[in-house]
Design a protein around this ligand. Structure first.
Ligand code: PLP
Length: 389
């Protein structure tokens, strides 16, 4: 038998309707209008000379954005978790010692992935809302002697910015690769891959880069490359095998999988906008807008979850005041004003909201809009009507 849809059914699908939204949560963030224009161009062949040229543009722009000279610098097909999995799948063999510094939800994901590739995992943990000190990291690396040390730069689940300077030196002294999750920092917060001796790092397109979700920038240096070359076994993941991917992105241009051509148009434009504005200006813009948000929220009587020295400019965690139903307020902002903010994950669920100011969305106007709404709307959700906020 053949399944069919009625004419009325089909008529219901006629127009793709997407409500207007301002995405001020943990991601995705709104895409820049110029990125959307690039995205809507017609696809061309992924081995077309014109496309190969575009690929090399993307790589050049990515190296600038990562602040590195790494030959292997590519956008992996898939969201941030794809490059995250590539980082684990390619560098872990059974029994490989990996030390993971876990201080939030995304550290957990690294642990889960590493366990699936049968790593010998050691975990150091911090409370959700804190960062590791260099001394703590040094102590654990010297004790466990891992071949890889992994840490999240910008922990989107807690709003913590982990300082990274100095870790690279410790890793080199201990013959260990330094792996960084830069999903919520690339293109928004100071990140110097070469200078900080980061051996491999991954990110995503939909947070700092003002693009839709779908690509995950990845980079690795010579130290990481030689580790990959010396693997005893095949990478147990065909799609994310970096040596195969590099045959397409490197000079060989060997077909591996069909590139998401349009997403590469999009990221090229997102990265061009970043280069045009200049990274240092971008870092400053994110910091300035975040500080304005922090000060405004504090003035309204709200409390922030993270101490100022570790506060992440791209994502602010705000304590839900006592007597307020966080989910009702969040839904109210979405339904009445088209603004999305995030809820707390894991142990922070029901305790905090997560407010993102990333890429294109980090602007004065969005901060004002949100502060005004916290001012006028939050009162309506308090069981203590006369509370200070
Ligand atoms: C969003 C995020 C990820 C996962 O990326 P996806 O694009 O959702 O797959 C990983 N790490 C951090 C820190 C993130 O914020």
């Amino acid at each position: 038998m053949i399944y069919s849809l009625t004419k009325e059914n089909i008529a219901n699908f006629e127009n793709t309707y997407v409500p207007p939204r301002l995405l001020l949560g943990p991601g995705p963030s709104n895409a820049h209008p110029d990125v959307l224009k690039a995205l809507s161009l017609n696809p061309i062949g992924h081995l077309d000379d014109a496309y190969l040229e575009l690929m090399s543009d993307v790589q050049k722009l990515l190296r600038y954005t990562w602040q590195c000279n790494n030959r292997v610098t590519i956008p992996v097909s898939g969201t941030g978790s794809a490059a995250m999995e590539a980082s684990i799948a390619n560098f872990i063999e059974e029994g490989e010692k990996i030390l993971i510094a876990k201080k939030g939800y995304f550290g957990d994901r690294l642990v889960d992935m590493a366990s699936r590739y049968k790593a010998n995992i050691s975990v150091i943990e911090k409370e959700w809302g804190q960062a590791f000190s260099l001394e703590e990291i040094k102590y654990e690396i010297e004790k466990f002697k891992p071949t890889i040390f992994a840490i999240v730069h910008a922990e989107t689940s807690t709003g913590v910015l982990q300082p990274l300077e100095g870790i690279g030196e410790i890793c080199r002294k201990n013959n260990c690769l330094f792996l960084v999750d830069a999903v919520t920092s690339l293109g928004a917060i100071k990140l110097l891959v070469d200078d900080w001796k980061i051996d491999l790092a991954y990110s995503c397109s939909q947070k700092g880069l003002s693009c839709p979700p779908g690509l995950s920038p990845f980079t690795m240096n010579n130290r990481a490359e030689s580790k990959l070359l010396n693997r005893r076994s095949k990478v147990p993941n065909w799609y994310l095998d970096l040596s195969l991917l590099n045959k397409y992105w490197g000079s060989d241009r060997v077909y591996h999988h069909t590139a998401p051509v349009n997403m590469n148009y999009a990221i090229r434009e997102g990265l061009r906008l970043i280069a045009n504005e200049g990274l240092e200006n971008i870092w400053f813009r994110h910091q300035k807008n975040a500080e304005k948000l922090w000060n405004g929220l504090i003035e309204l009587g709200l409390e922030l979850h993270v101490p100022k020295e570790y506060r992440l400019p791209t994502l602010t965690t705000v304590k839900i005041p006592p007597g307020v139903d966080g989910e009702l307020f969040r839904n109210h902002l979405l339904k009445e004003f088209g603004i999305e903010i995030g809820n707390g994950l894991g142990s922070l669920s029901g305790k905090i909201w997560r407010v993102g100011l990333m890429g294109y969305n980090s602007c004065d106007e969005n901060v004002d809009k949100l502060l005004n709404l916290f001012d006028t709307e939050l009162k309506k959700f308090s069981i203590f009507r006369s509370a200070t906020f």
